[in-house]
Design a binder for this molecule. Structure first.
Ligand code: ZN
Length: 245
């Protein structure tokens, strides 16, 4: 009997160990065979080293996010707001030179099986554009040569489709893929969702069933918040993971 391939695609862990562990446990329970990490492993929350170790132990495809880039490189933080900058500086101090080197070498996009992955958008991935509306998705679709592309970066779980025009699909936990339609699937964030749902988000893609499923997972939020306070990161970072903003 052959085991069916099931991809578990997750993004924006952002050093939230409790949220990441909930996703890792769920992937085991859901019999995910192929995890894929869309980047931003570090930043914002209290456990960059632990999250990076777990991500590396998966031995799976990983692409680079903007926080990974900032932590790995010696660039200044001018494009980061204070909250993001605080998390980046904290992560920088916690990671070894070897870890930073590993982050620095991550690719910006990859083709995996029949789909593409990118952290931000396929048009100029190094510019870290945000795809929040159909017009922005349209620019990415120009470079999308596969029916499916998975992205993260906005921390909002949503799907854009292109058949004749580009539109955003209304939210549903499951999606059956239709022929002749292309999909840009934002998998949402593991460690800091911003769609007013604090639970960790990721996506399971089953190629043999042509189906995508969004998973939302409760985790030990008070513990993650407490650690943010303990290490001296801004209180707002603890508040926002509770509010999902
Ligand atoms: Zn992010």
């Amino acid at each position: 009997m052959t085991v069916k391939i099931k991809y578990g695609i997750f993004s924006d862990i952002h050093s939230n160990l409790e949220a990441f562990c909930a996703v890792l446990d769920d992937m085991v329970a859901q019999k995910v065979t192929h995890p894929v990490c869309l980047g931003d492993i570090v930043g914002y929350n209290a456990n960059p080293r632990e999250c990076l170790r777990l991500a590396r132990e998966l031995n799976c495809p990983v692409i680079k996010g903007n926080h990974d880039e900032m932590v790995a490189e010696t660039k200044d933080l001018q494009n980061f707001n204070d909250l993001a900058g605080a998390g980046v500086m904290w992560s920088k101090k916690r990671l070894s030179a070897e870890d930073k080197g590993w982050l620095a070498r991550l690719p910006l996009s990859l083709r995996i099986g029949n789909f593409t992955v990118v952290h931000s958008s396929l048009d100029e991935p190094a510019k870290w554009n945000y795809i929040t509306k159909p017009l922005e998705a349209e620019s990415s679709f120009i470079y999308q040569n596969t029916q499916l592309c998975f992205c993260g970066h906005t921390h909002v779980a949503r799907v854009f489709v292109k058949s004749r025009g580009v539109r955003e699909l209304s939210r549903a936990p499951r999606l059956e893929l239709q022929r002749g339609t292309r999909y840009l699937v934002d998998v949402g964030a593991v460690g800091q969702p911003r769609d007013r749902d604090w639970r960790a988000s990721y996506v399971i893609y089953s190629p043999s069933e042509n189906r995508i499923e969004y998973r939302r997972l409760a985790y030990d939020l008070p513990r993650a918040q407490e650690k943010i306070r303990q290490v001296g990161l801004p209180e707002q970072l603890a508040a926002r993971i509770g509010a999902g903003i």
